[in-house]
Ligand binder design. Structure first.
Ligand SMILES: OC[C@@H]1[C@@H](O)[C@H](O)[C@@H](O)c2[nH]c(CCc3ccccc3)c[n+]21
Length: 451
């Protein structure tokens, strides 16, 4: 709360939430008939995840969600964004249904509704059923059908009472991390595969939206993308061209097909020989199935220079020494959130936007000796980004809500448990949750609907 100036008020009905993802918080990856996911395999492959960490236990959220929902309620959260582990409900990814998995998520949804917290479900947050990966995963064109069948099952099970859905979390990271650079599951390293996966991710998204419309489910469906604004390091032609390639590769690669029906022209240059022939018009039409809202995940910006050695976009980030950086080495740059939101509005029109992730990892001790646990840098960073959202709203961007990443400290993918993003501290030795000061600061903003 800013005690000295006029408070920054958010629109009536603005939705305040927090977010997690199944593999990062649930634990119990094979419980009650669940099948393994590619992240279960990846984390159990030596060398892939820092310190050999896995999601076998994580935050034990699969069993402790009632306690965590009570904590959400104590903070005044109005919505909770979480993901479904596909291989809990379809252990082989297709065919046989695991009723215990469906029942689990129905219990979570009903407990949230009972607590007055709106569920916001992400259907795919990177944890592909391993059995589908054995059939090629995102490289197999059949995955659009597999995903549509999974989505239909979830809409039939929960579509009567879940108001917000999204198809995919960050298709760019799935293709770039999983298939281009191999740092995320399934750990492939090929520009050809990355381009194929990107197209099938888009197709699956479109088929998922079509399935939502056909299911008669109420509520609204969207796509969640990570956006990182790119600023040229200089006005040299080389740096300007590099900045456009970087922007096309991360920020326009998925939004242009979904919202404009076209591919960013720089991608043929970025992918080179790996860029496929033009896709069939009927596939581009599926991809373009209209969505109700867009989820924007924002963490940082990058200042871009031409760099012939940087593959594949031949552009690299210029370190911003002197700026505050998080434990993930991301520059804290709140202005980039305002710029990103106005960029979306100007390029794609004013469709409803939720900030589906925003947060920061700063050092917290493994065990919390005080409650609330002081976390001044995370608290300061939160306030600055909320002010940036407020500025975008003031500029006319239709921002409907904000989800803090994350509700809980959790498994930060290949970083293991070494990076803590939570509003709630988790002592992994005891599973004790402790509110951080940022959680109380957030609760005060929610209570006032103002900064
Ligand atoms: O890294 C923090 C969070 C993850 O824990 C979420 O699961 C994921 O949705 C997410 N995306 C981003 C921004 C995109 C990105 C992801 C991984 C590496 C670099 C950038 C940051 N985060």
């Amino acid at each position: 709360m800013n005690a000295h100036a006029d408070p920054l008020r958010f629109p009536p009905g603005f939705v305040w939430g927090a977010a997690t993802a199944a593999y990062q918080v649930e634990g119990s990856p094979l419980a009650d008939g669940a099948g393994p996911s590619i992240w279960h395999r990846f984390s159990h492959t030596p060398g892939r995840v820092r310190d050999g960490d896995t999601g076998d236990v994580a935050c034990d959220h699969y069993r402790r969600y009632p306690e965590d929902i009570a904590l959400m309620r104590s903070l005044g959260l109005q919505s909770y964004r979480f993901s479904i582990a596909w291989s809990r409900v379809l252990p082989e990814g297709r065919g046989r249904i695991n009723q215990a998995g469906l029942d689990h998520y129905a219990r979570v949804v009903d407990a949230l509704l009972e607590a007055g917290i709106a569920p916001n479900i992400t259907l795919y947050h990177w944890d592909l059923p391993a059995a589908l990966d054995d059939r090629g995963g995102w490289l197999n064109p059949d995955i659009a059908d597999w995903f549509a069948d999974y989505a239909t099952l979830m809409f039939r099970t929960l579509g009567d009472r879940v108001p917000l859905w999204s198809t995919l979390n960050e298709p760019w990271v799935v293709a770039d991390g999983g298939y281009m650079h191999g740092v995320l599951a399934p750990g492939h390293r090929s520009a050809f595969e990355a381009a194929i996966a990107a197209h099938h991710l888009l197709l699956a998204h479109g088929r998922g939206v079509q399935a939502f419309r056909a299911s008669g489910a109420r509520g609204q469906i969207g796509l969640v993308v990570n956006l990182e604004p790119k600023y040229p390091a200089s006005h040299s032609p080389a740096d300007l061209a590099a900045t456009l390639r970087a922007e096309a590769y991360m920020n326009r690669q998925y939004l242009d097909p979904v919202l404009r029906g076209t591919h960013a022209e720089e991608l043929a240059e970025v992918f080179g020989e790996a860029w496929p022939a033009p896709r069939p018009a009927e596939q581009m039409a599926v991809i373009r199935e209209p969505i109700d809202w867009l989820g924007v995940n924002y963490y940082t910006r990058s200042v871009v220079r031409a760099d012939e050695s940087a593959w594949p976009q031949r552009a690299s980030a210029v370190p911003q020494r002197g700026a505050l950086h998080t434990e993930t080495a991301w520059e804290v740059y709140p202005r980039g959130l305002t710029d990103t939101l106005t960029w979306v509005k100007n390029r794609y029109g004013n469709l409803p936007i939720y900030i589906t992730e925003n947060g920061s990892a700063f050092f917290d001790p493994p065990s919390a000796e005080v409650d609330p646990l002081p976390d001044p840098l995370r608290t300061q960073t939160l306030h600055k980004h909320l002010a940036a959202v407020h500025a975008a709203i003031g500029a006319g961007v239709d921002v409907r809500g904000y989800y803090a990443w994350s509700l809980l400290d959790n498994l930060e993918w290949a970083h293991g448990y070494s990076k803590r993003f939570g509003l709630l501290h988790v002592d992994y030795a005891t599973q004790r949750r402790t509110r951080k000061a940022s959680a109380l600061a957030y609760a005060a903003v929610i209570a006032a609907n103002a900064l």
